[in-house]
Design a protein around this ligand. Structure first.
Ligand code: SF4
Length: 468
């Protein structure tokens, strides 16, 4: 019989605005019930690009055919792991219109060239576009409304008030952790909530960690966000505005925000179109002007998208590795069943040959008894051989329902030392903001309906049981 995990993996591919919603039934299998429809938030879209209605996906194989003949068949593209483009962006990459009001432009969803073109098409000089861009992103202004656009032509401001939207997010709440980390909750136009984290660091570096999706389809077993399933991709405007809002809200408290990491909710490269666009906007030298080396996009290992990212963006790349064998990675990061370690690391080895002075960052969340042995350290040394890289060893951050334990500090140090002695550039990263659920892998709110936990390989059952 197929495990729930296998079925989940088959069903992982989603359209842009589809949902993965699963509800445990009273038996051991998972079923979709009609009551789950009440859990789906309503989302509105411009009429020109109306998406299919939200979709429920069964995890029970015997129901698959009947579901695909009803609601699913019209709503979803074929869901399969047999195609190379399984995780390609599903097509809202160019959306720069307000989803609630299709006639209004989302200013923060536009690259500078797009903004300039639009301004000129309305009969204004490019200088007005540049001035607007600087008001939106530069000079410590970070304008959120028309009143903050000093110096712009009066008629141009009128045009903007009629045809443009400044805000893509509404501030819901800011939580401050004991170590000074801030978690910012934003409400989106459709009522969904995302989280952004600002991490001050004493060495004059403050990082904003942005979300790229509401939830995530990847179902990494150690991650709280993964429990949510995917609700939807964020638009470029919703991603960019997290960084703008963080600067606007917190720069005076925490100092200049110097770094951006796409390590919040979601798999950034599943939403590659909007993520590349948002990163482009963030590094524009007349605007937010982050250094491309200080904007890091993380991935669980979507190989075709990773290649595309390396070709199209000059921002930094992080790969969440977390295991040294396919067996363990297949379990804790199911994306490995599609793109295994050999393929992922071989691709990086090949692609990075063409990049000058470029190092990929490997992230390795340490899970007690699962991936933290000295044998793992030795295998890791072999795996990254020939790849220009740095390695971050990250302490696992427990969350409600998690089945893993963090590796003890002494063991992390021992693991680090083995790597360092072999010549790897390796860092130990401690948890930040975990008392407010703001640390790595703790974002989001899965609720009652959750992605399934996968079958634990026999040899790790003791390690996982010990943490229960
Ligand atoms: S670790 Fe990242 S890719 Fe994996 S489920 Fe969590 S958010 Fe998604």
């Amino acid at each position: 019989m197929e495990t729930m995990g296998c079925i989940w993996m088959r069903r992982l591919r989603l359209g842009t605005n589809s949902l993965l919603l699963m509800k445990p039934s009273s038996t051991s299998s998972l079923t979709v019930t009609s009551s789950t429809t009440t859990a789906i938030p309503s989302i509105s879209f411009p009429s020109s690009k109306a998406p299919p209605p939200p979709t429920l996906i069964s995890l029970v194989s015997s129901h698959r055919r009947s579901l695909s003949n009803t609601a699913c068949s019209s709503a979803l593209p074929a869901i399969s792991f047999d195609h190379d483009d399984d995780f390609s962006d599903a097509g809202d990459g160019g959306r720069i219109r307000n989803p609630k009001n299709g006639s209004k432009l989302l200013l923060k969803g536009m690259r500078y060239t797009e903004l300039e073109k639009w301004v000129q098409s309305r009969g204004y000089r490019p200088g007005q576009a540049l001035m607007l861009w600087k008001r939106l992103y530069g000079n410590d202004i970070w304008a959120h409304c028309i009143d903050e656009l000093e110096g712009l032509n009066k008629d141009f401001k009128k045009l903007l008030s009629e045809h443009a939207e400044f805000k893509a997010l509404s501030l819901k709440e800011v939580l401050t952790a004991a170590d000074g980390t801030r978690k910012i909750l934003f409400t989106l136009e459709d009522g969904l909530v995302i989280e952004t984290v600002v991490i001050p660091c004493h060495r004059g570096r403050t990082t904003v960690c942005v979300s790229s999706q509401v939830g995530c389809a990847m179902n990494c077993q150690f991650c709280y966000t993964g429990r949510m399933g995917l609700r939807r991709h964020l638009t470029a405007a919703e991603i960019v505005e997290q960084a703008v809002y963080a600067r606007r809200l917190l720069s005076s408290e925490v100092g200049s925000i110097t770094n951006v990491v796409f390590m919040g909710m979601g798999e950034p490269l599943h939403n590659i179109e909007n993520v590349i666009k948002a990163a482009d906007i963030m590094v524009h030298e007349q605007g937010l002007h982050f250094s491309p080396r200080k904007v890091t996009v993380s991935t669980s290992g979507l190989v075709p998208q990773l290649k595309r990212f390396l070709h199209e963006s000059n921002c930094a790349l992080a790969v969440s590795l977390n295991a040294t064998t396919d067996e363990v990675r297949n379990w804790i990061m199911p994306i490995n069943r599609k793109y295994n370690l050999g393929l992922l690391l071989g691709t990086l080895r090949e692609e990075l040959c063409f990049k000058n002075n470029y190092k990929v960052l490997f992230e390795y969340v340490m899970l007690a008894g699962v991936n933290d042995s000295i044998e793992d350290a030795k295998r890791l040394i072999d795996l990254v051989q020939g790849i220009p890289c740095k390695i971050n060893l990250i302490s696992f951050n427990p969350h409600s329902g998690s089945q893993f334990r963090p590796t003890r500090e002494e063991k992390m140090i021992e693991f680090r030392n083995v790597l360092a002695e072999a010549g790897c550039v390796v860092f130990l990263r401690s948890s930040r903001g975990d008392d407010q659920m703001a640390a790595c892998g703790q974002l989001g709110k899965p609720g009652e309906i959750q992605a399934p936990l996968l079958r634990i390989p026999a040899q790790f059952q003791m390690a996982v049981k010990a943490s229960a």
